[in-house]
Design a protein around this ligand. Structure first.
Ligand code: SF4
Ligand code: SF4
Length: 393
């Protein structure tokens, strides 16, 4: 595979039922298939651990990497003589301190005495790669070793978010809104994610698939018990394996097609558990994904009729996060919202909801991603609904 170079295309799988007793042993057994933690961490090396801290949700919601997985990893890194730090830069309009608190990372890092870093405020270096311009947070570039710890989740725009997409968190959060504007289509955003991954490539990725997310992820889907951990030095091979486990068509994951030059079926060596043994009996993929297998010339012709756009439910409390997150400025809250700005959220629920300027919407799903109330669902256009009924796109 072109992106892997000489890196091993080996993916390790381990069954793990929960985040309590047994997790440490499962992680150790998982990494043993890749040569153990010592194959990645040498004494004295700085090790940046990059979880998915998307927003301020509790670990049970399966929106963020569970802190117990990172705790177990931090201990292994220390046993190998490494110096761990935990860092992320969420694409969230929630206050980062709230994200750290709700996700359990502030407490876990304090208990383990490991630094917790906001990548947004740590300086960055600008890059231009594969036609994309973006910055990478300096601590990611300075670390001797990067260990990427994604959550296994569906994604309404990319279908899957796991190892490759988690490295998008290496881009300072304040840039992400502009990047969505600069890369408004699924294909363009997939190319951006691939370019970021090529620039900030992790040495090891460990996917938290113990409790994942199905349906309309990455924040509004259903938490689902999956019961496995997966790891690889090759994040692309890891994501391809997750597609097999979850029965997701890899071509529906835009960045995988870019990173494999379309060779999505190249073999991957699996160690430990088998794909069949960890695959869930059923798994729901997002309801509204844009077509990716249609030739681009045809897509250009039908684009005005093929879109996904947000719809807002009565769960809305008028917090305005979606309005602030929208890169296209396609949302506004009514100036004269019923009730008052000083009402408590529960009193505002169902009395206000954002208004959408449909022609401005680029279907980026940022509003869906940041809503704390799961009040946003992404809806396909009538033509897209018909196309999806015909065959998986
Ligand atoms: S849809 Fe969600 S994010 Fe937007 S205003 Fe309502 S509650 Fe807030
Ligand atoms: S309304 Fe939502 S989907 Fe549309 S551009 Fe704004 S954030 Fe993206």
């Amino acid at each position: 595979m072109p992106e892997s170079g000489t890196a091993p295309r080996k993916v390790a799988l381990a069954a793990c039922a929960g985040y309590g007793p047994g997790l440490d042993e499962a992680l150790r057994a998982l990494l043993a298939h890749l040569g153990g933690i010592g194959a990645f961490v040498r004494p004295g090396q700085s090790v940046l651990v990059k979880p998915n801290l998307l927003t301020d949700k509790e670990p049970e919601r399966a929106v963020t990497t569970h802190p117990a997985v990172v705790r177990a990893l931090v201990r292994l890194v220390r046993q190998a003589g490494g110096k761990p730090l935990v860092a992320d830069s969420p694409n969230s309009v929630a206050k980062l301190t709230k994200v750290w608190e709700a996700s359990g990372f502030r407490r876990m890092c304090a208990e383990e005495d490991v630094p917790l870093l906001n990548l947004e405020q740590a300086g960055s270096v600008a890059f231009e790669k594969d036609g994309c311009r973006f910055s990478i947070a300096r601590p990611v570039l300075d670390a001797d070793v990067i260990i990427n710890v994604p959550k296994v989740k569906t994604h309404v725009l990319m279908t899957l978010t796991a190892a490759v997409k988690n490295m998008y968190g290496a881009v300072p959060g304040y840039q992400k809104t502009q990047l969505h504007r600069d890369h408004p289509t699924v294909a363009a955003f997939g190319r951006l994610l691939a370019a970021v991954y090529r620039t900030a490539r992790p040495h090891l990725s460990i996917a938290d698939g113990i409790r994942g997310m199905s349906g309309d992820g990455p924040s509004a889907g259903e938490p689902v018990q999956l019961g496995f951990l997966a790891a690889s030095a090759d994040a692309v091979a890891l994501d391809l394996t997750l597609c097999r486990i979850l029965r997701i068509e890899p071509s529906a994951v835009a960045y995988l097609a870019v990173l494999t030059d379309g060779r999505l079926d190249d073999p991957v060596e699996i160690a430990g558990e088998t794909v069949a043994r960890v695959a869930p009996a059923s798994f729901r993929t997002p309801g509204a994904v844009l077509p990716r297998l249609i030739p681009s010339a045809v897509v250009r012709l039908i684009r005005p009729l093929v879109w996904i756009r947000p719809a807002f439910s009565d769960r809305c409390v008028g917090c305005g996060r979606c309005v602030r997150a929208c890169p296209a400025q396609a949302l506004r809250l009514p100036a004269q919202a019923p009730g008052g700005a000083n009402d408590r959220p529960e009193e505002r629920r169902g009395r206000v909801r954002p208004e959408l300027a449909a022609s401005a919407c680029i279907g980026c799903c940022c509003c869906h991603e940041v809503c704390p109330e799961n009040a946003v669902s992404m809806r396909p256009s009538p033509l897209l609904s018909i196309m999806r009924r015909g065959k998986p796109l």
